[in-house]
Design a protein around this ligand. Structure first.
Ligand code: ADP
Ligand code: MG
Ligand code: ZN
Length: 636
């Protein structure tokens, strides 16, 4: 990434805006309040001390001790060397004892029930305390002023955020500018946003044409597909300021805060136009209204209304573009999507093969890759990865290589990182008993063998009995190719694959474990969607919505879901029973080596090496040497 090519508009320091004047006024009010408080406290302190002084009689330690000996003391207070006592007749005496003189026990032994020991601060004369109070208030006042100044100065990120102030983060010249070239594999989105860039750069051109300038652009796509990144790139390309705020921040704690934050944000943006306001996770505020009337909703509704008001409120001269991101466009309030608001939508999808390669290339920049590394092959192995996953993958690989004291990042650092990104880092500390290890090995082999046997299953990349994230073992598989349509037979095969783990446990151990919980959850979800959304059951080609079915139909749906999963289980069990000797042999091997890759699995299962997609690429790319099994098991 390069530093900014075009500096954004300098902060308007010498220009006292109405907002500034307001702040100055606020400052004066706060200052006056502090002064008043100081005076009041000081006067109170004086009177309190004065009153005290009137009743206390100066005395000496020996006199006090004499009183104690006569059992004439009710209570005593020791503060440093100052001893204050109350006699039986209510008279108070104060005296100064010597350093190190222990009085507490002496007094208690003589029937003084109330002996309290305080910090010595009371000994200081009244005016010193008052001076200290004033100093403290002064200090606080200065602090407040500094904080206000800072948040006032506009540049950088706003540090102090009084309630109701927008917490928007402004990216400017100090932050690395993101350009379109940093966002890979999303050509269409870039083309659509290019117009916004033009508008921000040359607003006059558009105005002369009488064109209606878009105000709001909604970026829609799953997490990690680069929504934030591309919004920043639009700002970077146009060379304008970028204010980023998250929808969830609007909806915090106090009623009314969200709305005033929105107001503040837009005000700030208009002062710094041209610029981009970016609202991340807009669904946090922009959900459909009129749901359950709860307090939380009220707050959100107010915020949303304010947002709508602000968006309607500015015109084409304001030169502010609002961009927002969501992965749930379906839950957004329709009012947000009306013309003049977020009327443009730009989709960001998970990258396809070419896209993944391009993104890997972007994130490989500045990382020393071994000449044998094939990003092509890596792209093949990462179907379904988002841009964020891929960026993560490159980073994990760099970390691994550094930890292994390598000069260059090797292919198997990268491939091992696939597993880390998918399933989390290994949990070396997690100790399994031998019996548990066996169960995990058989369970995972059950998945792997069913998946490798049934056509239509994802290709198995790796089987491992090393605990990762929440899982005790993993079978890593990726779709053979990027797919938009999935056949019913493929879904059935997937269900069987998911059931393979538990089926293996039952065949081998005659008992089952809790290890299949996640598999069951995933299988149930798939089966449920097959029945309710995809029309893949005898219940027909009808959409059964969550809340739209009566109890009878719901029962039928449940029965169909159960049938699908049961069938899958039966099918998995059939395959594994037939291949039981292979299952035993390979699972025992897996227990020893802990990790097997797809090629070795094929060799052990079929006695030959089936050609994997990844290896086909490798064959095309002759400069790359194949990764050996030894390397894989060493690295895992
Ligand atoms: P989103 O906002 O959609 O959740 P982000 O923009 O926050 O995703 O992406 C997170 C990170 O993932 C980015 O900072 C970037 O490093 C990486 N990334 C995502 N998409 C891309 C892409 N298309 N090209 C390059 N890097 C990407
Ligand atoms: Mg984001
Ligand atoms: Zn499992």
């Amino acid at each position: 990434m390069e530093p900014g090519t075009r500096p954004s508009k300098p902060p308007k320091t010498p220009n006292p805006s109405p907002l500034r004047r307001q702040r100055a006024l606020a400052l004066i009010i706060i200052g006056a309040a502090l002064l008043a408080a100081t005076v009041v406290f000081a006067v109170l302190g004086l009177t309190a001390r004065g009153a005290n002084d009137a009743t206390v009689q100066q005395s000496s330690i020996s006199q006090i001790l004499a009183l104690a000996d006569q059992h004439k003391l009710k209570s005593a207070t020791l503060a440093g060397n100052t001893v204050t006592v109350t006699a039986s007749d209510g008279q108070q005496y104060v005296a100064t004892k010597e350093d190190g003189q222990q009085l507490t026990d002496y007094l208690r032994a003589r029937g003084v029930k109330n002996v309290s020991v305080q910090k010595p601060a009371d000994g200081t004369p009244g005016w010193v305390s008052i001076a200290m109070d004033i100093a403290l208030f002064g200090f606080l006042a200065v602090l407040v002023v500094i904080m206000l100044r800072r948040s006032n100065s506009g540049g950088g990120t706003s540090q102090a955020v009084p309630f109701g102030r927008s917490r928007a983060v402004r990216f400017n010249e100090q932050h690395p500018t993101i350009l379109f070239k940093d966002v890979a594999g999303v050509q269409e989105a870039k083309e659509e946003l290019q117009e916004i860039v033009h508008f921000l750069k040359y607003p006059d051109k558009f105005e002369k044409m009488g064109a209606r300038i878009p105000k709001g652009v909604l970026l829609v796509g799953p997490p990690g597909t680069g929504k934030t990144l591309i919004a920043r790139a639009v700002a970077g390309e146009a060379g304008v300021a970028f204010y980023s705020v998250s929808g969830s921040e609007f909806v915090e704690m106090f009623v009314g805060v969200g709305a005033s934050r929105v107001r503040d944000l837009f005000k700030m943006a208009k002062e710094n136009a041209p610029c981009i306001i970016f609202i991340d996770e807009i669904d946090a505020v922009g959900r459909q209204r009129g749901g359950m009337p709860t307090t939380g909703n009220d707050e959100r509704e107010q915020t949303l209304n304010q947002l709508l008001v602000e968006m309607d409120g500015f015109d084409k001269h304001d030169n502010v573009i609002v961009m927002a991101a969501t992965n749930r466009p379906d839950v957004l309030d329709q009012a947000l999507l009306r013309p003049g608001r977020f009327d443009r939508q730009v989709m960001l999808e998970k990258p396809d093969l070419a896209g993944r390669k391009a993104i890997l290339n972007v994130h490989a920049a500045g990382k020393p890759l071994a000449p044998t590394v094939s990003l092509d092959r890596l792209a093949y192995q990462t179907t379904g990865f988002s841009g964020a996953d891929l960026s993560n993958l490159m980073n994990e690989a760099a970390l691994l290589a550094a930890r292994r004291d390598r000069e260059l990042i090797m292919q198997h650092d990268l491939e091992e990182s696939i597993l880390r990104v998918m399933a989390g880092p290994e949990r070396k500390s997690h100790v399994l008993t031998e019996a548990e290890k066996a169960i995990v090995a058989y369970h995972e082999m059950g998945h792997a063998i069913v998946m490798r046997t049934l056509p239509g299953c994802d290709s198995v990349q790796k089987v491992s009995t090393i605990a990762r994230g929440m899982a005790l073992g993993v079978t890593v598989s990726v779709p053979v190719e990027d797919r938009s349509l999935i056949r019913k037979t493929e879904l059935l095969a997937k269900l069987a694959g998911l059931m393979g783990g538990r089926a293996a446990e039952e065949i081998i151990f005659g008992d089952i474990t809790t290890g299949a919980a996640q598999d069951i959850k995933m299988a149930t979800n798939i089966a449920r969607r097959m029945v309710r959304e995809f029309g893949m059951s005898p219940l027909g080609n009808v959409l059964y919505e969550d809340d739209g079915v009566g109890p009878q139909v719901a029962a039928q749906i449940d029965a169909e879901v159960q049938y699908l999963v049961d069938q899958a289980y039966t099918s998995a069990k059939g395959i594994l029973t037939e291949k039981q000797d292979k299952l035993v042999a390979i699972a025992e091997h897996l227990m020893r080596v802990e990790t097997i890759d797809g090629a070795e699995l094929d060799r052990l299962l079929f006695g030959h090496e089936a050609i994997h997609m990844a290896e086909r690429v490798e064959a095309e790319d002759e400069s790359d040497e194949p990764i050996t099994l030894e390397e894989v098991s060493r690295s895992a």
